[in-house]
Design a protein around this ligand. Structure first.
Ligand code: ADP
Length: 204
């Protein structure tokens, strides 16, 4: 099994951009958001349980989960949010472990936005956190999603703050420069990870 490097950071901190740079170096990427969607695809046991719990009304006409409606329900109801979390967390963890086990590269990048919020860092061997000044994060979020400043501020405020996030980091990428400076940091980390693994494996 590969060594798992969890890549996390706040919204619009640069997770996708950084994952893309690792992918260009040939590092496989596992995306927690994609797994979270896969486990509730049509025909999955999780979707069946969700339909049983919330009725068929929770489905779109094509049989897929109506994510917008579900989001609204759990946003307004702690009890339902807990129910859903209890259902999905073990299933997501199991699917994640399965995808980890299929990897053959020395290491993989696991992009996981809610690493700290969902207590998932134990699944990783190493945590790579993105550090970004809040003003720049706000600016990039507004530009990317074309939303108002007040909504962008609210979205950032609901997340774990940067200081708490960085406390979990083994490595930090500072994304306050241009793409070239990001690429240099990714290249260096890539070399470091491969080197660490070589040293580690030579002792095993
Ligand atoms: P996340 O995946 O964490 O939400 P993204 O990778 O989508 O964040 O980055 C947010 C936005 O900022 C995107 O529009 C991206 O192109 C831009 N961006 C990220 N890093 C940089 C950078 N170093 N220089 C310029 N733009 C950047």
């Amino acid at each position: 099994m590969s060594y798992i490097v969890a890549l996390s950071g706040g919204i619009a901190s640069g997770k996708s951009t950084i994952a893309h740079l690792f992918a260009q170096l040939g590092v496989p990427i596992i995306d927690a958001d994609i797994i979270a969607r896969q486990v509730v695809e049509v025909g999955t046991p999780a979707l069946e349980q969700i339909t049983k719990h919330f009725s068929q009304e929770i489905l779109l006409e094509n049989g897929e989960l109506d994510r917008g409606q579900l989001r609204e329900i759990i946003f307004n109801n702690d009890h339902e949010r807990l129910w859903l979390n209890n259902l999905l967390h073990p299933i997501i963890a199991q699917e994640t472990q399965k995808q980890f086990a299929q990897q053959t590269n020395p290491y993989v990048i696991w992009v996981v936005p809610l690493l700290i919020e969902n207590n998932l860092h134990q699944l990783a061997d190493r945590v790579l956190m993105i550090d970004i000044p809040e003003a720049l994060q706000l600016e990039r979020l507004i530009n990317r999603d074309r939303i108002s400043e007040s909504l962008a501020k609210k979205m950032i405020a609901t997340q774990v703050c940067l200081t708490d996030r960085l406390a979990f980091a083994d490595d930090i990428i500072v994304n306050d420069g241009d793409l070239e400076s990001l690429k240099i940091q990714v290249d260096n980390l890539h070399k470091q990870y491969l080197h660490n693994l070589k040293v580690k494996n030579s002792y095993e």
